[in-house]
Design a protein around this ligand. Sequence first.
Ligand code: TEU
Length: 540
Amino acid sequence: TTDPDWWRQAVVYQIYPRSFADANGDGVGDLPGIISRVPYLVALGIDAVWLSPFYPSALADGGYDVDDYRNVDPRLGTLEDFDQLVEALHVEGIKLIVDIVPNHTSNRHEWFVEALAAAKGHPARDRYIFRDGLDGAPDQPPSDWDSVFGGSAWAQTDDGQWYLHMFAAEQPDLNWQHPEVRSDFLDTLKFWSDRGVDGFRVDVAHALVKDLSEPFPSQAALPRQSESYGKHPLWDQDGVHEIYKDWRKLLNTYDPPRSAVAEAFVPASRRARYASADGLGQAFNFDLLQADFEYEKFRQVIEANLALADENGSSSTWVFSNHDVVRHATRYGLPKNPKGGWQDGKDWLLSNGTEPTVDVALGLRRARAATLLMLALPGSAYLYQGEELGLQEVGELPAANLQDPAYFRSKGAEKGRDGCRVPIPWTVEGLSFGFGSGGSHLVQPKWFGAYSVEAQQADVESTLSLYRKALAVRRGLRTGNSLTWVDESDSVMHFTRPGGWQCVTNFGVAPVELPDAAVVLSSGPLDGDKLPGDTTAWLI
Ligand code: TEU
């Protein structure tokens, strides 16, 4: 039997399926490819896999434009392959969490095809958010709202109506007041839970229910709903929590209950609602991801999130990288972001419009230190495929190869997200560095071989070896949710965890004395009993 609270202290490894491993040589990752790499996941020592969308999709938004929520994209495999993946993971004691994308379908989803074919006012349009032009003017969108990917959040249909899409036009927003929308997603949760899925990652969890009272407020007049998000007028309406209460009821009918983690772009004060026991149970905090590698920011974020977790009986989530942001091994090598803000690829260009020079060695040193610190914290840690290799962001993708709508909206000022989605290098040589027998859908740079699994496997100092050792040590030590600060200075973070486990991180540059205790692991070389800057050590 499984501990129903397994997710509270789990290490979850995010797989972006099209870029993990390609078993049929078509240059795109697939489910059989993941199955073939389960031994690698076992050796890494993770507790669960979070599988990004593997559903039929036109890839207008990397798979987050879903044509059919209860099927597998034929380019990635079949439902039988999916069942085999569940079995292959479960037999090794690894859980599987799947992405669910309730805010919008793709424009190829049968509901939207039906809605477009229907006449204005037909009930089929009620599953989405269709409106006439402003004041009935045929060429005026119903409001001045922007989509996250730039441009208007409204797209016009042949008969002059407009439909809302907060992301790409290929992602029409669903109307979550509609009973069929609510019941169909319960069917989807049941469909995958019945197939053995252990939990769900809920995409854009804060945005399902919109306040659509008219006249629509102008976007310019509305408060920013969250510092990490654009000025969008629809974020974080309370109605979503009624939906998640129904989801929780269903997920609790399984043994163990299925877990759920919300991708909610909301201020920390609102996050607890998503993490409540009668709700999804957990909500990502992107605060560490948003923070530069600085003692003050890290300390503040850790204390705030531990307090929040205690308050609502949930558990913290920690994450530095995912399929939406510039890899942290690169972010930490960037000069300070001149315009501030989330180093997720926005404001990539320096204020004089030039590309910044990345200090790769510094970035990797800091990323290893930050990750070792994260893995010592109470709560669950989310790793993004390739970060265990210290993989850098790929900045030199050919323009013709770019796939991400987030890139095109700003003509390069934003890095977009392709650079963190380039297929993983498994071998030093080979057409696609062992990703598959063919090429790779995003072009891998020449330097990928040096970062490959093969290049690091046998090197005890490699980043891969560091992750493997850290996850093994953590597994034996992660008891309890408590952390005790050992204050020393404003640049050395030192805390203890139950069982005598200590974590010391030197955010400064001058080496500092390590406490008297056996060093069980360090993210970089030590000077005897000194801890150099940008290094973390675990001691017992
Ligand atoms: O992300 C939500 C989201 O807001 C991000 O897209 C973020 O704004 C963007 O990456 C900044 O460039 C989720 C998924 O993680 C993302 O991949 C999807 O594009 C998005 O939802 C729509 O489904």
